[in-house]
Design a protein around this ligand. Structure first.
Ligand code: ADP
Ligand code: MG
Length: 256
């Protein structure tokens, strides 16, 4: 199941699971997010692209409160992100995140990395957490690496562990911030394959990536950001073949 038609078997529902309304954020005096309006529906697969420094990471980090916005509202799974710690915890339980730099705990084995949050945050019994961890290590095709330390794995394997670790929390939504940018070319595909499988199963996904092949085959929606604003959003076909804005055209001409 990797051709375009089968990748899009699941159609997104109508229910909004992430809704950003007039979101603004500043780093000191620097206006990094400018009136962002973006609705993401259940099961929608969204690719976010745009030049370096345009605010892509900041925007998705605001969705699970790794960064704080100063104006506007962000509602995730019906809960508005405010300073309420309970709301933040609730949202973080529902939202998994995968970073460019893996962020695994180097002093813990792969298995220990996977069971840490389920046992501490969700109070899942250890035996059940291990079973879940082994299931997801199987899903990302490295069950044989469970006893190793992250430093003993390739970059592609480490990123697959990071994806499995996020999945062990049984999230409803997965955020990916350039998950393949730090990888050698031969490892990019193994990570994209795992992400494609998740997409085929109907996971709500927001992926910052410049892997346009992935965007074409997997995304329902591509969002183009520049200078802290959402410039344009459309289906991959329309956005890539018929961009409306000059900034989008310029960006695409540089990367495709
Ligand atoms: P992107 O992911 O699109 O490359 P970022 O969201 O990382 O963009 O950054 C957007 C802008 O905000 C950049 O100009 C960056 O230098 C700046 N920035 C990011 N993080 C911080 C921070 N913690 N403090 C100050 N400026 C920041
Ligand atoms: Mg970034």
């Amino acid at each position: 199941m990797s051709d375009q038609a089968s990748a899009k078997v699941h159609k997104p529902g109508d229910e909004a699971v992430i809704k950003l309304t007039n979101v603004n954020k500043w780093y000191g005096k620097f206006h990094v997010l400018k009136d962002i309006n973006l609705t993401i529906r259940k099961g929608e697969r969204v690719v976010v692209c745009g030049p370096s420094g345009s605010g892509k990471s900041t925007m998705i980090r605001c969705v699970n409160r790794l960064e704080e916005h100063q104006a506007g509202s962000i509602v995730v799974n019906g809960t508005e992100l405010t300073n309420d710690v309970k709301a933040i915890e609730a949202i973080r339980r529902d939202v998994g995140m995968v970073f460019q730099s893996f962020n695994l705990f180097p002093h813990l084995t792969v298995l220990e990395n996977l069971i840490l949050a389920p046992t501490w945050v969700k109070k899942v019994p250890r035996k059940e957490a291990i079973d879940t961890a082994m299931y997801y290590l199987g899903r990302v095709k490295i069950p044989d690496q469970a006893g190793k330390y992250p430093g003993q794995l390739s970059g592609g394997q480490q990123q697959r562990v990071a994806i499995a670790r996020a999945l062990c929390m049984k999230p409803d939504i997965m955020l990916f911030d350039e998950p393949t940018s730090a990888l050698d070319p031969e490892m990019i595909k193994e990570v994209l394959d795992v992400m494609t499988e998740l997409a085929q199963e109907g996971m709500t996904m927001v992926c910052v990536t410049h892997e346009m092949g992935f965007a074409r085959s997997v995304a329902d929606t591509v969002v183009f950001m520049a200078d802290g604003s959402v410039v344009e959003r459309n289906t991959p076909n329309e956005l890539f073949n018929n961009p409306q804005e000059e900034r989008t055209k310029k960006f695409l001409s540089q990367i495709i």
